[in-house]
Design a protein around this ligand. Structure first.
Ligand code: PLP
Length: 394
């Protein structure tokens, strides 16, 4: 028996594993030294009180016969699905609860959703990109069309008449570049993909960091997207659910290809491949969407945004060029004096005790860039920003 041969096409070391290995080796050589971690995009603030209260109540429900819940509906608790649909209404997007699928997080969905398309599809991935897009498609046996981008487009590649793919990934606000598409730019993508009869997989994991008016939170704010897009969302960065695990995916009922309805196909998929997200976690997720929960998560996001401002000011003072930081929790900076990504990673580690993420890990066009995550504590971010500034100014 030959297992999935495509696994042998994967690059042997996943970006964050290599960073972890380098960091662990450094720590072994420098015992007791503190590291300022701006590498992996994991949150540091705890869950907000409204969520914690809901989780506790849900645990208590499971202790009583009359409030106990067993299997949950595979596509999500109907009340939570409706709550999320109501959240979209605030953005001016009309959705039915049945178009929202509660998930265990965006990563799971980004891989699983490929089930809908079968094998041997062509998938366009604008780069630099979140590495899971590439790896999930290699595993699925798809052909990848790498779409490189750079500073000339401010890392916001636009459709090109020669691009020809079945599926187009769009991530806005973007990981790793922090770049965000405006409404008119997303409209151009939607119009293009509709003409091509393709499909957009829109990753909105960072939508809650958007602060500017003209930046859509959802692809469905663009007319026509309901017939060409699937949106994948996460509570990981929005509400600190990285370790709690919950997200949601929107598949419009109007979305059809080849006479097949993708919403119905996903219902069929979920009812086969999952028994749903746990009752307790869905109760915690529902609390995120209450008025109290929304106010509390806004406060947490504000802390991360202030971190971004601290670091941006330091980079500005050093004349370093970057994107992101305003509508996204990442700052994508040009490595000074033409330094390579991994070389600059080593310099930051050795000279500043700061861990960042080398841009090259997000696609070859990321070479020469470094990504800073602003999910650390304000104290660490302040110290790291000072150290980086001092190092770059010398
Ligand atoms: N999509 C992007 C662009 C991300 O950066 C991440 C996590 O960092 C995810 C998806 C995964 O989110 P989740 O924690 O919900 O799996």
């Amino acid at each position: 028996m030959i297992p999935n041969i495509h696994y042998s096409e994967l690059k042997d070391s996943y970006l964050f594993r290599r960073i972890a290995e380098k960091t662990a080796a450094w720590q072994q050589e420098h015992p007791g030294e503190y590291l300022y971690r701006m590498g992996i995009g994991d949150v540091t603030l705890p869950l907000c009180p409204a969520v914690i209260r809901a989780l506790h109540e849900a645990v208590d429900d499971q202790a009583e016969k009359k409030t106990f819940h067993g299997y949950m509906p595979e596509c999500g608790d109907p009340t939570l699905r409706e709550t999320i649909a109501a959240y979209y209404r605030r953005l001016g997007v009309e959705l039915k609860a049945e178009e929202v699928f509660v998930s265990s997080g965006a990563s799971d969905e980004l891989g699983d959703i490929l089930d809908l398309f079968g094998r041997d599809k062509t998938v366009a991935i604008p780069e630099p990109a979140y590495p899971a897009y590439v790896d999930a498609n290699i595993m699925a046996g798809n052909r990848i069309l790498h779409i490189p981008s750079g500073r000339e487009s401010m890392f916001l590649p636009m459709p090109d008449p020669d691009m020809d793919a079945d599926i187009y990934y769009i991530c806005s606000p973007n990981n790793p570049t922090g770049a965000v598409y405006r409404k008119d730019q997303l409209k151009e993508w939607v119009d293009f993909v509709r003409r091509k009869d393709g499909l957009i997989l829109f990753d909105a994991a960072y939508e809650s960091f958007i602060e500017e008016e003209d930046i859509p939170h959802s692809i469905f704010e663009i007319p026509g997207a309901e017939s060409c897009a699937i949106e994948i969302c996460s509570l990981s960065k929005t509400a600190g659910f990285t370790g709690t695990r919950c997200g949601y995916t929107v598949i419009p009922e109007a979305l059809e290809r080849g006479g097949m309805n993708l919403n119905r196909m996903w219902v069929r998929n979920r009812t086969t491949k999952t028994n749903g997200v746990s009752y307790i976690i869905q109760r915690g997720a529902a609390a995120v969407f209450t008025e109290e929960g929304q106010e509390q998560i806004r406060q947490n996001i504000k802390v991360y945004k202030q971190n971004a401002v601290r670091l941006m000011k330091a980079l500005d003072r050093c004349g370093v060029k970057y994107t992101g930081g305003r509508n996204a929790p990442y700052i994508w900076a040009e490595c000074p004096h033409g330094t390579g990504s991994w070389e600059f990673f080593d310099l930051l580690l050795n000279r500043c005790h700061v861990v960042a993420t080398p841009g090259e890990g997000f696609g070859s066009c990321g070479e020469g860039y470094i990504r800073f995550s602003v999910f650390g504590t304000p104290e660490d971010t302040e110290e790291a920003a000072q150290r980086i500034e001092q190092f770059l100014n010398n």
